[in-house]
Write a protein that binds this ligand. Structure first.
Ligand SMILES: [Ca+2]
Ligand SMILES: [Ca+2]
Ligand SMILES: [Ca+2]
Length: 233
């Protein structure tokens, strides 16, 4: 990702607060605990302040932790990975592990907007190649409030995944979250710089970054730490 020259200039994400709107976040993960920010975290699904994921046998709620690690896993601790912005503070909003209603989305998108700088989301309409949908009334209001009043008036930053419906020929232009003027829509590239099988190609995409490729290419790889311990035992 050509990120090392940025680190050398001292740009590590220090002073920046990111929250991951997803299926939860392992707050005590050994590679996240140092950068974990409770003020950037909430559990919308269970109405409490702890976004710890719900564990099951197939570790289905690992995506939020995975995103948080890519952003802000701790550097130089001889553990796991290094986040692109390893100096950033990171929190998680648990909101995918239940019905994702307009109210759930709005609550997540408006968490502590004077503290959180960047909201990272990878959800939206079904990636089935036939659903055209976008944010409802409450989520739309949350976007507008965020970009006009968040970050003390500088505007909240909403980063959006462009979608995983490539196999179904889904098109991210038909996704009202990625094509919104209030979000930055980010696509992915394989380690060889090619379009991955799941990727959706559309004009609302602002940038692309490396992510998992095909089975014989590099993947973003992770388990929840507690699940990892379970598998090892
Ligand atoms: Ca909880
Ligand atoms: Ca690490
Ligand atoms: Ca899609």
């Amino acid at each position: 990702m050509n990120v090392i020259p940025a680190w050398r200039e001292g740009v590590t994400g220090r002073g920046v607060v990111v929250t991951i709107l997803d299926d939860g976040l392992e707050t005590d993960h050994p590679d996240l605990i140092a950068n974990y920010d409770p003020m950037a975290s909430y559990d919308v699904n269970s109405h409490d302040s702890d976004p710890q994921p719900r564990y099951d046998m197939i570790d289905s709620n690992r995506h939020g932790k995975r995103c948080a690690g890519v952003v802000a896993a701790t550097a130089n601790n001889s553990l796991c990975a290094v986040g692109v912005a390893y100096g950033a503070s990171v929190g998680g909003v648990r909101m995918m592990d239940g019905d994702v209603t307009d109210a759930v989305e709005a609550r997540s998108l408006s968490l502590n907007p004077q503290h959180v700088d960047i909201y990272n989301a990878s959800w939206g309409p079904d990636d089935d190649g036939k659903t055209v949908d976008g944010p409802g009334e409450l989520a739309t209001r949350a976007f507008i409030e965020g970009v006009t009043k968040g970050r003390n008036g500088k505007g909240s930053i909403f980063v959006w995944a462009s979608g995983n419906g490539g196999r179904e020929h889904d098109n991210c232009n038909c996704d009202g979250y990625t094509n919104s003027i209030w979000t930055l829509s980010i696509s992915s590239a394989t380690e060889r710089g090619e379009v991955p099988w799941y990727s959706e190609i559309c004009s609302s995409t602002l940038a692309a970054t490396y992510s998992s490729g095909a089975i014989n290419e590099k993947q973003v790889n992770s388990l929840n730490f507690r699940s990892f311990l379970l598998y090892k035992s």
